[in-house]
Ligand binder design. Structure first.
Ligand code: SF4
Ligand code: SF4
Length: 439
């Protein structure tokens, strides 16, 4: 047994409002440089949606080989615009520039200095890559308007006609849509495939806290890590010719302050903590045959920070006392292991990701209100799960390799906690049946 400490994060998705404060403050801190214009170490995805880079979850895409181009001709998968721009013509397979988005600025000169006239001056978008005017056809969160929600807003005359002709139909269509936000950073995986795929040995996982970093002096720009990371959280700096990634703000962590994204998060939804795990069992855990067993295998690696044997083992490995203390108070350990309400993103990628998510619950309340129920009252609690607006199957695809029972168990627990605490807040007796039912 080799006990090590891992830094990790839990994000409670019900609280994310998609404001991108985290993305912007991260960008100002880490990727506000030439060569990283298109790079967002922290991004916030619209769900359902294609993500950033788009279709990164389509793992078949990154397996290499050939694909059809827009004219129906065969081309090497890595022969796209980003590839050509950076001199890459063949392997490795990586997203193209348009899969991220072509970064742009605006022609502010025209906006500010245009002569007085009848028309309002416009600031045309200008590519930060080519310096030319450009037409924006894709960027992160493009999906915001693709979930059906545009049917309810704006001055669209077709929509207005639809409203008049079939108001109920439109309402029903809107009611069946759903949307939530998924903030993402590098997962600082226990079993990082970026590290395994680097031919230069430039990527390393820090012994003291598990943060995964790229040694800029050793990186030779092979870009195999970009192919190898299933979350596509490794980026290529086309100016320096090196790979870059989220650093978990290690200079801040080292002096005891949180990551920039966590500190500036408007929803206060990011919880940072450390936990102790058995490093000798990671490979075995990542290799369990059934994908739906990976969650339990991952939890099983987390060790009880109050167990005297674990403490002794950690001390023997040189883990300092203040880290052991932090492990005992860790919200990550509490939410993931003790309460079992936080789930890993795509555990089936088998990298043992270390960013955990409390799945979103709020749509239940909306639906129940429409039905004339009080969605947060204890007696409606378990019926509420049946009235979910976000399909359990969708959440299961993201967080449990398709295990809907597991997602349902987490949602029931969240609903129970909400009802239980609500009673206390209102000065009522908490309903003990709730605690008994969800355990
Ligand atoms: Fe590496 Fe990707 Fe895991 Fe981050 S998410 S540690 S870049 S494999
Ligand atoms: Fe969501 Fe917080 Fe980021 Fe805003 S700052 S998008 S609430 S994670």
């Amino acid at each position: 047994m080799r006990i090590m400490a891992q830094t990790a994060m839990v994000m409670a998705l019900d609280k994310c409002i998609g404001c991108h404060t985290c993305s912007v403050t991260c960008k100002q801190a880490w990727t506000n440089r030439a060569g990283t214009e298109y790079v967002w170490f922290n991004n916030v995805e619209t769900r359902p949606g294609q993500g950033y880079p788009r279709r990164y979850e389509d793992q078949e895409r990154w397996k290499g080989g050939w694909e059809l181009n827009s004219r129906g001709r065969l081309k090497l998968k890595a022969g796209g615009r980003l590839a050509k721009l950076f001199g890459i013509f063949a392997s490795p397979v990586q997203p193209e520039l348009n899969d991220y988005y072509e970064p742009w600025t605006y022609d502010y000169e025209n906006l500010i200095n245009a002569p007085a006239g009848n028309d309002f001056p416009v600031a045309k978008p200008k590519s930060l890559i080519t310096g030319q005017d450009m037409k924006i056809t894709w960027s992160a969160n493009w999906d915001d308007n693709l979930g059906g929600s545009e049917q309810t807003g704006g001055q669209d005359p077709v929509l207005e006609k639809m409203r008049r002709d079939a108001e109920e139909k439109v309402k029903l269509e809107f009611d069946s849509t759903f949307m939530f936000y998924l903030p993402r950073i590098c997962e600082h995986c226990l079993n990082p495939s970026c590290m395994a795929s680097c031919p230069s040995g430039a990527i390393y996982k820090r012994e003291e806290d598990g943060i995964v970093l790229v040694d800029q002096d050793r990186c030779r720009g092979w870009r195999q890590c970009i192919t190898g990371c299933p979350y596509k959280k490794m980026y290529f700096n086309h100016r320096s010719g090196k790979a870059e990634k989220c650093t978990f703000c290690y200079p801040r962590i080292e002096v005891g302050i949180p990551t920039v994204c966590a500190e500036t998060c408007v929803g206060r939804l990011r919880y940072i903590g450390i936990f102790l795990y058995d490093a000798d069992r990671v490979t075995e855990a990542a290799s369990v045959p059934n994908e739906q067993d990976l969650y339990e295998a991952q939890l099983d690696l987390m060790m009880d920070p109050n167990d005297p044997e674990v403490i002794a083992g950690a001390r023997a490995e040189g883990i300092p006392e203040d880290w052991l203390d932090a492990a005992r108070r860790s919200p990550v350990y509490a939410l993931a292991k003790e309460m079992r309400v936080a789930l890993p993103l795509h555990p089936e990628y088998r990298t043992m990701p270390m960013v955990w998510y409390v799945p979103p619950l709020s749509p239940i309340v909306d639906v129940l209100k429409e039905q004339g129920h009080d969605g947060e009252a204890a007696e409606n609690l378990f019926g509420a799960i049946e009235a979910l607006r976000i399909p359990v199957e969708y959440l299961a695809e993201l967080f449990t390799a398709g295990d809907t029972d597991l997602v349902t168990a987490v949602l029931r627990k969240l609903a129970a906690m909400r009802a239980y605490m609500r009673n206390i807040t209102l000065g009522d007796e908490p309903d003990e049946r709730i605690a008994a039912d969800v355990g």
